[in-house]
Design a binder for this molecule. Structure first.
Ligand code: TRP
Length: 473
């Protein structure tokens, strides 16, 4: 349904389902498939997972609703939407800077996200080659020593030509969708890729449940050991919930702007947050049985997906085929997220400079290539270049890690904190009430969370994120 109003919102989602799929597509990505299992692994499983679910419900969900609400009311790019809501609430138009910061973060995330998306493309290629060599029922990388399979990862990230080209390919695919607009491109990515993603995820999980160490995985992910719930684990869970729900970076403000007035935002936010959380948990149920069945340890970090898993596929029947399906699935999820990451700055550029969409998206693409090239080289030739290394928090970090730390520790929590303060304390009550679609107890709970719990929790992530020494870890 094309929306009235000025700015970017002349295009719109063709249905509520399209919006929900696109928003889930934005939320479900490398965060769910790579970061969540790795963080759960690093933090020792159950305590992290259960606390994570609490964070999503009590803190993520109200922020998600606040963001979509601002977008839907403003019907424009994120900064413009923020400004409209602020002005109608009788407060300063300068609130648009909050969303401006969020748009900038989105661009910075784009600058490293597609590099990792490119790595996934490389692994799709490696498994495809392997499948041709071994056939459909073969295990992966037959006759290759495990150390060599694990060595594929450092060999790839150290090869600058390769990582730069992969990033470029991933960005170009993303651009191909974004330049076609909401109903003509972005929505298409979600409507085709998300169902395919779900089929692959469920299929591989069932395969792992029968062939892998499923009951050990259940214990690992769901047995709550209170002593493991330390300060750093709690903050990691909260930060992960924000990253995974695409909050604090104007993603949901931007997508919300294309939503029709008839959509109930409260209910829709619940659907989006639940789907994202289910995918994260199913990703755990998909990955760990395969890892455990191969007798490997659930290590953290990027090594879990790019080293441990390929090694585990060497031990699994039809490992070559399943490995290929696995990385294709990850690629789909990453693509629907990178499309959202590119759309956020694109919507702003188009509106601000009154450009045609392909040109606006092209400008963001060029920026993404520059930043992405630096990130892609930071695991190889530019490993010694630490742009913010003079600040303690960024010590020893190359461009890729710097962008990640800068956004997840600083700009995302700041933007999210200011957003909830705005919705909880500044914005006009009637406007918020009429947009959020909540009544009675739900409405009271929402206000309580947005006013008190969300700001306090976000302040905690911010302070501890910037001064990790405070928690001793
Ligand atoms: N949520 C995405 C993931 O889990 C990553 C992400 C963070 C994102 N912020 C975003 C995606 C904004 C799109 C828009 O992988």
């Amino acid at each position: 349904m094309p929306l009235s109003g000025s700015g970017t919102a002349s295009d719109g989602w063709s249905s509520r389902t399209a919006f929900v799929l696109a928003a889930i597509g934005s939320a479900v990505g490398l965060g769910n498939l790579v970061r969540f299992p790795a963080e759960a692994g690093e933090s020792g499983g159950g305590a992290f997972v259960l606390f994570y679910i609490g964070c999503v419900l009590l803190i993520g969900l109200p922020v998600l609703l606040s963001e979509t609400l601002i977008g839907r009311h403003g019907q424009a790019s994120a900064p413009e939407s923020f400004r409209r809501v602020a002005e109608q609430s009788g407060s300063s138009p300068r609130w648009e800077w909050v969303a401006g910061l969020a748009v900038l973060s989105c661009f910075l995330i784009l600058g490293f996200y597609c590099v990792i998306g490119g790595w996934v493309l490389h692994y799709i290629w490696l498994f495809l080659e392997d499948l041709f060599a071994t056939g459909i029922s073969g295990t992966a990388f037959q006759g290759v020593p495990a150390s060599e399979v694990e060595g594929l990862f450092p060999a790839m990230i150290g090869n600058g030509m390769l990582t730069v080209s992969l990033n470029l390919v991933f960005l170009l695919i993303t651009f191909a969708f974004v330049m076609r607009g909401i109903s003509g491109g972005i929505e298409k990515a979600a409507v085709w890729l998300m169902p395919a993603f779900f089929v692959l995820l469920i299929g591989i999980t069932i395969y792992g449940a029968f062939g892998g160490a499923f009951s050990r995985t259940l214990d690992y992910l769901f047995v709550f050991e209170p002593e493991k719930l330390t300060g750093p684990v709690m903050l990691a869970a909260l930060g992960q919930a924000f990253f995974s729900l695409s909050l604090g970076v104007a993603g949901m403000i931007t997508y919300g702007a294309y939503v029709g007035r008839n959509v109930n935002l409260g209910g829709t936010s619940l659907v989006i947050a639940s789907a994202d959380t289910c995918v994260a948990i199913i990703a755990g149920l998909c990955i760990f049985p395969i890892v455990f069945a191969a007798g490997l340890a659930p290590n953290g970090g990027l090594g879990l997906m790019f080293q441990t898993l390929p090694h585990a596929f060497q031990e699994m029947p039809a490992g070559s085929l399943i490995g290929l399906a696995f990385f294709i699935m990850v690629g789909f999820a990453a693509l629907t997220s990178s499309v959202a990451l590119m759309e956020v700055p694109t919507a702003w550029v188009i509106e601000k400079f009154a450009l045609a969409r392909p040109l606006g998206a092209g400008i963001v693409l060029v920026g993404g290539v520059v930043l992405g090239t630096l990130s892609a080289l930071s695991t190889g030739a530019l490993a010694g270049f630490h742009p913010l290394g003079f600040i303690g928090l960024f010590e020893g970090q190359g461009v890729l890690d710097t962008l990640d730390t800068l956004t997840s520790r600083l700009t995302m929590p700041v933007a999210a904190l200011l957003t909830v303060i705005f919705i909880g304390w500044i914005a006009d009550r009637r406007l918020v009430d009429s947009e959020n679609g909540l009544t009675g107890v739900l409405h009271m709970t929402f206000m309580l969370l947005v006013r008190w719990l969300c700001p306090l929790a976000l302040l905690a992530i911010l302070v501890v994120g910037l001064f990790p020494g405070l928690l001793g870890g």
